[in-house]
Design a protein around this ligand. Structure first.
Ligand SMILES: *[C@@H]1O[C@H](CO)[C@@H](O)[C@H](O)[C@H]1NC(C)=O
Length: 149
């Protein structure tokens, strides 16, 4: 499911409009006084590698929201952490090599290859390779409201 906080806002508005639904006030306070933040802002990023030759960081590994392919990197989704982190490291290498080749960086493509190895090694020893489960913050007879950030 690719539901963002905006879906919650929509559900909330629909519930309020319906007047028959009542989301409890305790739940509301969990959302910083009723203001729902876009899910993107709190998104968990499993990318552990911080090296960034030429300023090009390894792209984020975020939760796609699809239980079958939960790992997302630059818009592509993967079934497992290893595939996702390999892609992230390789995408970083491609940008790095561009910078090395187009003369805007003071390093070589060989340096990018070396960084790529470091990136993959950081991924294989990463402390966290899964996303935390969503936390139920509120529910009523119509909605269970989860927070996954
Ligand atoms: C060099 O490559 C980087 C990475 O693709 C790009 O962001 C940058 O605009 C390029 N610079 C030039 C001068 O082509």
């Amino acid at each position: 499911m690719r539901c963002t906080a905006f879906c919650l806002v929509a559900a909330w508005a629909a519930a309020s409009a319906a007047a028959s639904a009542n989301i409890d006030v305790a739940g509301q306070s969990e959302f910083h006084g009723g203001v729902l933040l876009p899910r993107q802002q709190g998104r968990v990023n499993l990318q552990a590698f911080t090296g960034a030759l030429g300023g090009a960081k390894a792209p984020a590994i975020t939760n796609s929201g699809d239980p079958q392919r939960p790992f997302e990197v630059d818009g592509d989704t993967f079934t497992d952490f290893e595939s996702a982190s390999n892609r992230a490291c390789d995408n970083q290498k491609n940008v790095c090599a561009d910078i090395a080749n187009n003369g805007t960086g003071s390093f070589t493509v060989g340096d990018c290859d070396q960084q790529n190895q470091q990136c993959k090694s950081a991924a294989s020893s990463a402390a966290t390779k899964t996303f935390p489960p969503p936390v139920l913050v509120s529910s009523n007879d119509q909605f269970d409201i989860f927070c996954d950030a």
